[in-house]
Design a protein around this ligand. Structure first.
Ligand code: BES
Ligand code: MN
Ligand code: ZN
Length: 497
């Protein structure tokens, strides 16, 4: 799908469909006002007769509008009753427009939705969001269906239009970034959606090498189990020993910044299937544990978006990739292993495997002399209990870094909420037999997992994003969401501003 930016009046741009928003107050946006005039009051009349639904995200298609309008159709999207839209409402409106266009017969359209007022957001943001949300709304995962039926008249081009020339540059910039982020989200969703028999650790390593083909600026390195052994990654290897698929430690480097600038390091949990191991999970919905590599997928998506945007910074993506399966050779509850840091870990539950692979990857991160390290992981079911499916859990040893991430979440709408890392919680992971246990008892599971990781991140500023609740959806619309690629790309963009 193609996106571009253009200036022009809503009645004068030639297209198969022009898209405008109208709120319940019937206060027309400038673009809608213009269409109303040119159509000799048709929009106003349809509003009066209640033939246009102005509820937030409701769409009405007007065929062959009256008067002198250059577009063959007008798609009106309801904007609800608020004068200023929230980020979430704007997303809902743009997604509704995209779905309506996709199911209709226009294959190309001109959108004036960026002339709506969104709380504290500028034109570049609205243009970027329009592209990301449209692309995301039209995403389908049908590579494994033999009878995939594509839409009959797919939307092929969306023009983000502005009436004033002065906003064109900002619109162009937003569209450009939107395309990059949209592709990153798509990559994260597709990797997440692939089943565990195809998306194996080895396959993820191949995906990283494939990314290098698209972005030659990337450096990609894959460490095999031999090398992990040499580095002393006993925690990571303790998880993969129950699996016939060899673990991989994938390292992707993007150097867009100055030579001496310390990199941001992203570490993504890449458990391509989590059965729980010997502490095996109950059967219900176990298929969803193929999504246990969504942290890794978000690192892939973010690295690709940053390379596409050519952001002036240095970025390292590290993905420890493994399966977690039961086997005669698998780790057993009570086993004690030594991590790369030298600290020993008593594995009281083999299902708390994410922290075991992350701790060695986090120790490895040190060699890149990071400015900051952010890990992203579907780490705890407890996070879903605490924050549901709307919000990412955030824990950090540095409040400035935490604030940067919280703000990036607010700006992008891909939000996170902070939980504390206090000493009382850390005491919960003490062990009688080793330096620490890999679980912390019943209470505060997300925080004790954070405390575990914090013991491996003392040398640098670090934050942990627990995406267990947001990385995928269950039920009817089951599938990976691509979160938190928007949060991460926003965070990195802010660091370049
Ligand atoms: N991948 C899971 C966490 C998870 C569970 C994410 C359900 C999303 C939905 C993780 O490896 C895990 O199994 N965590 C355990 C930790 C426990 C044994 C301390 C959990 O949350 O139950
Ligand atoms: Mn687990
Ligand atoms: Zn897991």
């Amino acid at each position: 799908m193609n996106f571009n930016a253009k200036t022009g009046e809503s009645d004068k741009l030639r297209s198969a469909c022009v898209v405008v928003g109208i709120s319940e107050s019937r206060r027309l946006s400038p673009a809608a006002e213009q269409l109303d005039k040119a159509s000799r009051g048709q929009l106003g009349a349809l509003l009066k007769s209640a033939d246009i639904d102005t509820g937030c995200g409701k769409t009405t298609l007007i065929h062959q509008p009256k008067g002198r309008i250059q577009a063959t159709r007008i798609l009106v999207v309801g904007c609800g009753k608020n004068k200023k839209l929230s980020v979430q409402e704007f997303g809902k409106i743009v997604a509704a427009a995209a779905k309506s266009l996709q199911s209709g017969s226009a294959t190309e359209a001109v959108s004036f939705l960026t002339d709506l007022d969104v709380e504290d957001r500028d034109q570049a943001w609205k243009a970027q969001r329009t592209v990301e949300t449209t692309h995301d709304a039209l995403y389908r995962f049908d590579e494994l269906k033999s009878d995939a039926k594509p839409p009959r008249h797919p939307l092929r081009r969306l023009t983000v239009a502005v009436s004033d020339r002065a906003s064109l540059a900002a619109t162009r910039q937003g569209v450009k970034r939107g395309i990059a982020v949209a592709r990153g989200i798509e990559l994260a969703r597709t990797l997440g959606n692939r089943p565990g028999n195809l998306c194996t650790p080895g396959n993820l390593a191949d995906q990283a090498k494939a990314l290098k083909k698209d972005y030659p600026a990337l450096k990609v390195q894959v460490l095999e189990e031999r090398s992990m052994q040499k580095l002393g990654m006993g925690a990571l290897l303790s998880v993969s020993r129950g699996s016939r698929e060899p673990a991989k430690l994938i390292v992707m480097q993007y150097n867009g910044g100055s030579k001496n600038a310390r990199p941001v390091v992203l570490v993504g949990k890449g458990v391509t299937f989590d059965s729980g191991g010997i502490s095996i999970k109950p059967g219900a919905a176990m298929d969803e544990m193929k999504f246990d590599m969504c942290g890794a997928a978000s690192v892939f998506g973010t690295v690709s978006a940053v390379a596409e945007m050519k952001l002036p910074l240095n970025l390292v993506g590290i993905v420890p990739a493994t399966e977690n399966l039961p086997d005669g050779d698998a780790s057993k509850p009570g086993d004690i292993v030594t991590s790369m840091s030298g600290q020993s870990i008593e594995i009281l539950n083999t299902d708390a495997e994410g922290r075991l692979i992350l701790c060695d990857a986090l120790t490895y991160a040190n060699r890149f002399k990071p400015d900051v390290v952010v890990d992203i992981a579907t780490l705890t079911g407890a996070c879903v209990v605490a924050l549901g499916h709307h919000t990412t859990g955030l824990l950090s040893n540095d409040q400035d870094l935490a604030n940067e991430l919280l703000e990036a979440g607010q700006t992008s709408g891909d939000r996170a909420w902070q939980l504390p890392l206090w000493d009382e919680y850390d005491e919960q992971i003490s062990s009688n037999f080793a330096d620490m246990a890999n679980i912390g008892g019943r209470g505060a599971g997300t925080i004790t997992a954070g405390c575990f990781l914090a013991r491996f991140t003392k040398d640098y500023r670090w934050a942990h994003l627990d995406i267990a609740g947001v990385a995928w959806k269950s039920g009817h619309a089951k599938g990976a969401t691509g979160r938190p690629v928007q949060l991460l790309t926003q965070f990195l963009m802010n660091r370049c501003a």
